[in-house]
Design a protein around this ligand. Sequence first.
Ligand code: PLP
Length: 426
Amino acid sequence: MFASSRAAVRQVASKQVGINVPLRAASVWAKVPQGPPDAILGITEAYKADSHPEKINLGVGAYRDDKGKPYVLPSVRSAEKKVVDAALNKEYAGITGVPEFTKAAARLAYGSDSPVIQEDRVAVTQSISGTGALRIGGAFLERFYPGGKTIYIPTPSWANHNAVFKDSGLRVEKYRYYNKDTIGLDFEGMVEDIKNMPKGSIVLLHACAHNPTGVDPTEDQWRSISDAVKEGGHYPFFDMAYQGFASGDTAKDAFALRHFISEGHRPCLAQSFAKNMGLYGERVGAFSIVCESTEEKKRIDSQIKILVRPLYSNPPVHGARIASEILNDSALNQQWLGEVKGMADRIIKMRALLKENLEKLGSKHDWSHITSQIGMFAYTGLTAEQMDKLAKEYSVYATKDGRISVAGITSDNVRRLAEAIYKVKG
Ligand SMILES: Cc1ncc(COP(=O)(O)O)c(C=O)c1O
């Protein structure tokens, strides 16, 4: 119909000009507007184009070793070798992925001794890393959540949260989180906003290592947040993209999630193995829902399958097999835990060195937020103009909101970085 009506238009048009030449029809996509470039990619491009021999890229959200190089964990290398040596076939996984992986991922998050694991009431599916887990979660809530379809995310939040949940069909609202005056948590504002949300709202919580601020609630504050979520009859959705990567201890980083469960909440959870296993491009993640019973879990499982099937049928197997080896082989698991701690410790050390260097230079500002924040990112408190100056005059690249990826700091560049920050901020 569409094609034949186009042909008719062309015939009429060619009669009008009197010759039989095919006219060039307007493209179907003529009205598609140019989208803005990705903020992080723009930084990487500017960094690449800079010829300064000591340029520094603090934009990317990926771990770098102390020489500034991408890092493949030795435990990942060993696990991958085991997977390859096993010469497994390349058949499809089930819709919910590699079962040995998903079971182990749930144990890692909730704890092997958690009642929700012991009582077999966690519905879990493999996902395309953390983003995919959030997307499945958004779609599931949009389809089945009986309360209002509004999800509240912190201000600020990971830049992709808004788009992921909007594209899932949820309404996205914000709650207060970061206080720019203290460069810390706006705890009172956060709790007040949670209490004032319409009853039964969905609340997105960063389980640890909040991105982009690096500001996490203390354990006591988490207890009050759990109470506020309960008081409001809200539904908690945890995003845990950095388990182990924040403190170096996977159980400590799961405190908030596990505390909520001990308080009777039944949250859902997005997990990513991009950072803690350095499996960025392998896209290994899991989405899970804590259920009331095994019977409920079975119903939820069946609906997750119905939801995933038309999205991508089933997830890729290679990365999940690697993660499964690491989580299920006790020697490899111990090795991995040591390596995660090594990454976390290097980041913690770089925070301390940056602060120390700024103080040595004579900066009169209070830089304690650099060491009290946690995870891959630090919110420096620098303004957009100061960040611009850092890039233009000192070849130090990061996002305009003042966020720096601490993973991009090394023993070799930390002094130069501190000098640059000191020069733009004092
Ligand atoms: C808070 C948060 N959630 C989710 C993700 C998802 O990452 P991925 O899809 O690579 O696992 C990230 C990555 O930076 C993140 O920071």
